[in-house]
Design a binder for this molecule. Structure first.
Ligand SMILES: [Zn+2]
Ligand SMILES: [Zn+2]
Length: 153
């Protein structure tokens, strides 16, 4: 959906997290809220801002890594996997660079922008300038357009 730095507030249910309000990439925030409302414990997510499939390179303590950017994705707790499958998702283990999953799974989301064009479209439909770092947008400003165009982002 959105360019980097456009967020909406989501109420999360993770009992291990003291903060129940988190800021989520705006284009996937409704879906993340729905997942939490269904009892699926989300640990993180990113729409990847229209970069899916692009080459990425990063460095950490284990070396330099090359990969491709994911489409919109959420990390969930392993104990939520069955529930997620029941809702039509395809979760699979998430491995950190040291090869350990640690009970974290990931799953592609059903909404969110895949290409740069999707991002542009999302900003246009939501009447937001095509700019990064707009910040947190109010729920109300999105509810109308998103309901009519739920599949866009
Ligand atoms: Zn987005
Ligand atoms: Zn993001």
């Amino acid at each position: 959906m959105c360019l980097y730095g456009v967020y909406k507030k989501v109420y999360v249910i993770n009992p291990d997290q003291s903060n129940t309000e988190v800021f989520v990439d705006a284009c996937i925030s409704d879906e993340i809220q729905q997942l939490n409302d269904q009892g699926i414990i989300t640990l993180g997510c990113c729409c990847n801002h229209g970069t899916a499939g692009e080459n990425v390179e990063w460095e950490n303590a284990f070396g330099i890594w090359k990969s491709r950017a994911d489409p919109p994705v959420a990390l969930i707790q392993k104990k939520s996997v069955q529930l997620a499958r029941h809702s039509g998702y395809n979760p699979y283990p998430y491995y950190y660079a040291d090869g350990i999953s640690g009970g974290v799974w990931q799953m592609p989301l059903k909404t969110g922008c895949i290409t740069k064009q999707d991002c542009e479209e999302w900003h246009r439909i939501n009447q937001l300038p095509l700019e990064k770092n707009i910040g947190v947008i109010k729920k109300e400003s999105l509810d109308g357009p998103l309901k009519k165009n739920q599949s866009v982002c």
